[in-house]
Design a protein around this ligand. Structure first.
Ligand SMILES: C[S@@+](CC[C@H](N)C(=O)[O-])C[C@H]1O[C@@H](n2cnc3c(N)ncnc32)[C@H](O)[C@@H]1O
Length: 399
């Protein structure tokens, strides 16, 4: 287990720094954040801990090799030279996925085919047989990443993406991915113990991720991982890591985490998902319009993801909601920090409060912002005459 390996953890863009911090706590070394993920080093035990414990990574990819290339033939040769039958069994299925930035080759589909051929030829040479392809639910996923002149080959140690924790039974309206929600909570500065309010909680993703963090329950506690199917799988080490993680869970008790939504369907979804995560009764839920809400504690953090407006009518309704949200926060939420995650860039201007931080983030391909507001009673009204760059408030004037 002490053999040091290289890994790469992809994550939603914008969360690289919080993922790097999380991987450090998990024991990773040589941590290198890049666009869309974090490279790191450690032994296979670290790989198990990262799969089980990372709330922000989408997967943990085990780097098998990195080589220069100029042609499809170079890629075939590099892939063929790897000892594939040492990694997994010929009876297991696999698939190959290729992504690239500035790759000069004509077809990534052809590259995919060459890597698949290389894996099969490597098996044939060793055992006169080849593994089957399964693109839907393979045992093993091989990832290739190409830059202009370098090829990196990885084996996915996660299997299903890590944001699939297993608790999501109901979708609600446009639910956030679990790892994006966990990363946003970190970026918002929320820590276990602080009161948390999501007044537009939908299916409850922020509430559940926060409750899991507060109780120190590993996000991967209820699922399996692809590393369990690798030939080098160390069942005793995994058993030890899993038991340690369960032993570190905090006793279940009601938490200062509050969710509400105007929609009864959304609340029913949140309730179902909380139950599926084993968190029933620990988080407060209420059906109420955000505009009628009262703070559940003297100070705390609001983290929420307002509705996404697609149609013109919805956009107009939202444009009218934002200034009322601003008024509500100013009047009732002095002492709170409010963080809104949205793709709607009008929010910053229309809410008419001094934004303290705006963090660019991506929800899939959709460019979003996390807008943060520090609510000091009476001092957060954005002055109408002195707007800052791109609609940000200038110096705020107490009213
Ligand atoms: C984008 S969804 C939130 C999704 C949630 N983050 C999740 O992961 O499931 C927005 C939610 O805001 C709710 N909503 C819209 N207007 C509201 C209002 N005025 N007060 C409270 N909730 C509202 C909708 O019912 C919807 O559930």
């Amino acid at each position: 287990m002490e053999n040091i390996q290289q890994f790469f953890a992809p994550c939603p863009r914008g969360l690289e720094t919080v993922l790097a911090a999380e991987l450090k706590v998990l024991g990773a070394s040589d941590i290198r954040p890049t666009d869309g993920g974090v490279g790191f080093a450690g032994d296979m035990a670290l790989c198990y801990r990262a799969n089980l414990g990372s709330r922000i990574a989408s997967r943990i990819l085990w780097k098998l090799t990195e080589r220069p290339y100029r042609s499809e033939e170079d890629i075939y040769r590099t892939a063929c030279a790897l000892p594939w039958p040492d990694y997994f069994d010929v009876g297991q299925t696999f698939r190959v996925k290729v992504s690239a930035i500035r790759c000069p080759l004509r077809s990534l589909d052809f590259v995919t085919l060459k890597i698949k051929d290389a894996v099969c030829d490597s098996f044939r040479a060793a055992c006169n047989d080849r593994p089957s392809i399964d693109t839907a639910a393979p045992d093993m996923r091989v990832y290739a990443f190409l830059t202009a002149d370098r090829l990196m080959l990885y084996l996915d140690t996660s299997g299903e993406a890590l944001f699939k924790r297993g608790y999501r039974k109901e979708q609600g309206e446009a639910p956030l991915r679990e790892n994006l929600a966990a990363g946003i909570l970190k970026l918002a500065g929320w820590e276990p113990g602080m009161p948390l309010l999501d007044p537009m909680c939908g299916s409850g993703t922020f509430l559940i991720e926060a409750a899991l963090m507060a109780l120190n329950i590993a996000p991967g506690a209820e699922r399996w991982f692809a590393f369990e199917k690798l030939k080098n799988f160390d069942a005793a080490a995994w058993d030890r890591i899993y038991r340690e993680s369960v032993a570190a869970e905090r006793p279940k008790e009601p938490l200062p985490i509050y969710g509400s939504d105007v929609s009864s369907t959304a609340l029913a979804a949140a309730r179902t998902n909380l139950e599926a995560a084993g968190l029933e009764g620990l988080v407060s839920l209420k059906q109420i319009n955000m505009l009628d809400i009262a703070p559940p504690a003297p100070a705390g953090i609001i983290v929420t993801n307002p509705p996404y407006a697609v149609r013109i009518g919805e956009q107009e309704a939202l444009a009218q909601l934002y200034p009322r949200l601003g008024d509500l926060l100013k009047q009732k939420f002095g002492g709170w920090r409010a963080c809104f995650f949205s793709a709607d860039m009008r929010l910053a201007k229309l809410i008419r409060l001094s934004v303290s931080r705006r963090t660019p983030l991506y929800n899939g391909a959709l460019e979003c912002r996390l807008f943060a507001y520090e609510m000091v009673a009476g001092s957060n009204r954005k002055p109408k005459s002195t707007p800052g760059p791109d609609g940000a408030a200038g110096q705020s004037v107490p009213q």
